[in-house]
Design a protein around this ligand. Structure first.
Ligand SMILES: Cc1ncc(COP(=O)(O)O)c(C=O)c1O
Length: 420
């Protein structure tokens, strides 16, 4: 593995004291594979950071981006400015989303989208005269990015420690118990709660598929109390659960907002956004309504949107979307090969094309660095897995075949045996 002398690049979520001496330099990607500077090939079992849904090295996306760059690389969409790619992708996503009369607010990523949805939830209640509805509720293990509101909503304690109170009026409930949500709404006071944020299948917090009936029940509780139901589909969307936005797996649930990012471009360029129901948008869309005083420089960036449009075309025309559901069982089965190891506490997955192995408690207590070691052991087997708090996760590109899943199973089985 090549190393870079005296790196100045501070990696996100990285123990720089170790990483500064041992970075992994990637140079090339091809479908489910990535290559390092020595031309070693690795199976990208995580689709990078849960996003390379159509796989790497797609020339048609590069071409769409190059064409748009040459025509109009970027221009503000503040005020009345717009561009055709931003219009086209918004229209397409609004049509696809299971949200009535949807509008689409475009951002540069998932954290931006969470901040947008959190502010819009509060601002909506302000506009309709329920000015005390500020409180936001999220779930234990939930990850909603690292911006202000995302940090305040984090259900992963180390992600919020040491920053003071980043978002006031926010609380976290148990990830698996609808009664906990009801109790929290009652404790805060229903007239003070603005929104509930839910990743249907929790991703970065450790891959937790919801218990049977959970999603429907919490959606019903939200509508009973008038609390906005915000689906964080940053990982779950664009085929990861086999559908456009993931939440279609619970057909009776109608979200008020859906946040998205990652798979909307498969990461070829940064893009995210929020799908908003017509009812929530109405106070800002009516004649004479005030503007939503929110938005970032690159919202509606035409080149990022062009990448997204081509990515959505690929997902649709190559029939990749349903693969997230078709392959969820086979992936889970492969990961379950680690389940009998005494070094493993639990294997989670089976709903959506993502799964995780949690390391046994005694091993983690003795060595909190065990997840990184497990990831490194899998890398030795030629498979990239993502170390999380208590284990590793996988979420391959939707182009992965049974043969690739077999490689993942072989790698996890061998790697867990190296622990302890
Ligand atoms: C569910 C969820 N929400 C929000 C985010 C934040 O997205 P970003 O890293 O693009 O800001 C992530 C990132 O992994 C995520 O998984």
């Amino acid at each position: 593995m090549t190393t870079i002398e005296d790196t100045r690049f501070w990696h996100p979520f990285a123990p720089m004291g170790q990483v500064r001496e041992a970075e992994m330099v990637l140079v090339r990607g091809e479908d489910v594979w990535v290559f390092d500077e020595d031309d070693n090939r690795y199976l990208d079992a995580t689709a990078s950071l849960w996003y390379a849904n159509v796989g790497h090295g797609r020339k048609s996306i590069a071409d769409a981006v190059g064409k748009q760059m040459a025509e109009l690389e970027a221009y503000s969409t503040f005020g009345d400015f717009t561009n055709r790619p931003a219009e086209e992708i918004s229209a397409k996503l609004a049509e696809l989303a299971p949200v009535p009369d949807a509008k689409v607010f475009l951002t540069s990523g998932g954290g931006d989208s969470i901040d947008t949805a959190a502010k819009l939830a509060r601002r909506y209640w302000h506009e309709v005269g329920q000015t005390s509805r500020h409180h936001l509720i999220s779930r234990q293990h939930g990850y909603h990015g690292t911006h202000g509101f995302g940090t305040g909503l984090a259900g992963i304690p180390p992600n919020r420690e040491g920053y003071g109170e980043v978002a006031a009026d926010a609380s976290v409930v148990a990830w698996d118990d609808p009664a906990a949500l009801r109790e929290e709404i009652e404790r805060i006071g229903p007239d003070r709660v603005a929104a509930f944020f839910i990743e249907p299948v929790i991703g970065a917090g450790g891959v937790y598929p919801p218990p049977e009936g959970y999603v429907e029940e919490v959606a019903a509780i939200c509508s009973e109390y008038g609390v906005l139901f915000v689906v964080d589909a940053v990982i779950n969307a664009f085929g990861r659960l086999g559908t456009w936005f993931g939440i279609e797996r619970w057909p009776e649930v109608v979200p008020d907002m859906i946040t998205f990012a990652k798979g909307v471009t498969s990461g070829y360029l940064p893009l995210g956004g929020v799908v908003i129901s017509g009812e929530i948008a109405a106070p800002f869309w009516e004649p004479g309504a005030p503007p939503f005083r929110h938005g970032a420089t690159y919202g509606g960036h035409p080149t990022c949107c062009a990448a997204g449009i081509e990515n959505l075309r690929i997902l649709e025309e190559e029939g990749l979307l349903p693969r997230g559901e078709e392959l969820e069982g086979p992936l889970y089965e492969q990961m379950l090969r680690a389940a009998d190891s005494p070094n493993v506490a639990e294997v989670r997955g089976g709903l959506g094309f993502l799964a995780a192995v949690e390391i046994a408690g005694e091993i983690l207590e003795a060595d909190p660095g065990a997840p990184i070691k497990l990831g490194m052991a899998a890398r030795e087997e030629g498979v990239l897995m993502r170390p999380l708090g208590r284990g590793v996760a996988v979420s391959p590109p939707l182009t992965a075949t049974e043969e690739h899943l077999q490689m993942i199973g072989d790698a996890i089985e061998k790697s867990v045996a190296t622990l302890g």
